[in-house]
Ligand binder design. Structure first.
Ligand SMILES: NC(=O)c1ccc[n+]([C@@H]2O[C@H](COP(=O)([O-])OP(=O)(O)OC[C@H]3O[C@@H](n4cnc5c(N)ncnc54)[C@H](OP(=O)(O)O)[C@@H]3O)[C@@H](O)[C@H]2O)c1
Length: 420
């Protein structure tokens, strides 16, 4: 008993001490619950604690090889030292499970994470997740712009957000000014999807602002996080939106989804079946007053026939921006659209754009949060996975695995419910 307590104290006194939780036996847990070390200033009851030396227990979802999340994602326990200089210690509030996060774990995403042993994993590993909201719990003496209790997001993607705690340099963080009236969900999901929607609408089409309310955009995946942001920004900026969703199991469920998007401000919502049917041209003619109101932008995150059908209803000289490939089908285009309609086909990737335009990204986030505070930007529906200190790795990995399953009632969200 004595030797195990001594070992526990040693763990706390070391800068980074780690263990994969699956190797931790119930016997060991029981023993640690009984230990009370003179070096600890908080209870040792199997929950997180901060030692007298300022070491914080933390857990992170990591992977050391590519594959399906359920096979490769593990929960890794480690400790984080007290912050020095410009370092900041953070506690997770919430982090979404985005499709790109899973693609990254599968190894099919262009940006590869760094595989390192910095948090003491046995094998070089990456911390999963690319966006999230964190609370500042401790700051180094050189930190100028942050204080404990502030909420922050990470400046760049690829830094690993699926972790209960993190230590980062102040320069890597964006402070959420005036967080009153904002929720962890809103902040944790602001920097990828709404920013993508915002930039695609603003940067790829020269809207004629004199014709506000008379110009359209069309998009597929309209019930996604990006799609919902597009609808609300369109509503705010006087751009009509024609939105495509996949049918649900029953006509009633499909109607409910359509109505949900109309309540957000969608001008019209059609199903994928309607989009690829012969009737679609007539539907468009009617909606656009026989083409007097041009569809000037198409936003495509699906590909395949769905994307081709979007392109066919664009006005001459319009742009289609592809930013996702949910159907895994290539985008095929009739040559006539290029020759006779002079359509422009482009792509957008928010990670790269954000790295190249850090200040503009920060401003875009501020703008969106301003709309959120004003009640003009509604929360996305989520399926929450609560992350408590005792939550096991396989439970969290299963939540991650669900991300790409389709027909979900909401986006997966990790909400950390540790008490400090
Ligand atoms: N390029 C960028 O910078 C960027 C940034 C953000 C997001 N994205 C991409 O944008 C897309 C949406 O991301 P998100 O986070 O907004 O998604 P999300 O909220 O997780 O929603 C996923 C969306 O994909 C649809 N979907 C799933 N499987 C599909 C399939 N086989 N065919 C057609 N639609 C399918 C879902 O429709 P159902 O409800 O019908 O399943 C839902 O609308 C993803 O491809 C993501 O990678 C790209």
């Amino acid at each position: 008993m004595f030797s195990r307590c001594a070992a526990r104290s040693a763990t706390v006194a070391s800068p980074i001490q780690t263990s994969f939780l699956k190797t931790r036996t119930p016997l060991f847990s029981a023993i640690t619950r009984q230990c009370r070390s003179p070096y600890l200033n908080a209870r040792v009851d199997g929950r997180r604690y901060v030692s007298a030396y300022g070491y914080t227990q933390a857990k992170a979802l990591v992977y050391s090889r590519y594959g399906e999340p359920k096979d490769v994602v593990q929960l890794h326990k480690h400790s984080i030292s007290a912050p020095h200089g410009t370092q900041v210690n953070l506690r997770l509030l919430a982090s979404p499970l985005n499709p790109a996060d899973v693609n990254q774990i599968q190894g099919v995403y262009p940006s590869k994470p760094a595989f390192e042993t910095t948090i003491g994993t046995q094998e070089p590993s990456a911390i999963a997740g690319n966006e999230g909201a964190f609370e500042v719990i401790a700051i180094g003496s050189g930190v100028k712009g942050l204080t404990t209790g502030d909420w922050v997001v990470m400046k760049r993607t690829g830094q690993g957000t699926w972790r209960t705690h993190a230590q980062l340099d102040e320069s890597q963080l964006i402070k959420i000014e005036d967080k009153d009236g904002l929720s962890p969900l809103q902040i944790s999901t602001v920097s990828v999807n709404p920013v993508t929607a915002y930039r695609m609408i603003k940067d790829f089409c020269e809207w004629d602002w004199m014709r506000a309310g008379e110009e359209w955009l069309i998009q597929n995946g309209a019930n996604s996080g990006v799609g919902r942001a597009v609808i609300q920004l369109g509503r705010e900026w006087g751009i009509k939106t024609l939105n495509v969703v996949r049918e649900r199991k029953t006509p009633e469920e499909t109607e409910t989804l359509k109505q949900e998007l109309k309540d957000l401000g969608a001008t019209a919502v059609v199903t994928e079946a309607e989009l690829v049917s012969g009737e679609f041209r007539n539907i468009v003619k009617e909606l656009t007053r026989q083409g007097k109101e041009p569809i000037r932008l198409a936003l495509n995150c699906v590909g395949g026939k769905n994307a081709t059908a979007l392109a066919k209803v664009l006005a001459p000289g319009s742009h289609m921006v592809t930013y996702g490939a949910m159907s895994k089908q290539p985008v095929a285009l009739p040559s006539g659209l290029l020759i006779f309609k002079n359509l422009v086909f482009e792509g957008f990737w928010v990670s790269k754009w954000g790295d190249q335009n850090p200040q503009l990204k920060e401003n875009t986030i501020k703008d969106i949060l301003q709309l959120t505070r004003a009640g003009k930007f509604k929360d996305i529906p989520v399926e929450e996975a609560k992350w408590r200190w005792k939550t096991e790795g396989p439970e969290l990995a299963a939540a991650v695995q669900e991300t790409l399953s389709g027909y979900r009632s909401g986006k997966g969200l990790l909400r950390f419910e540790g008490d400090d």
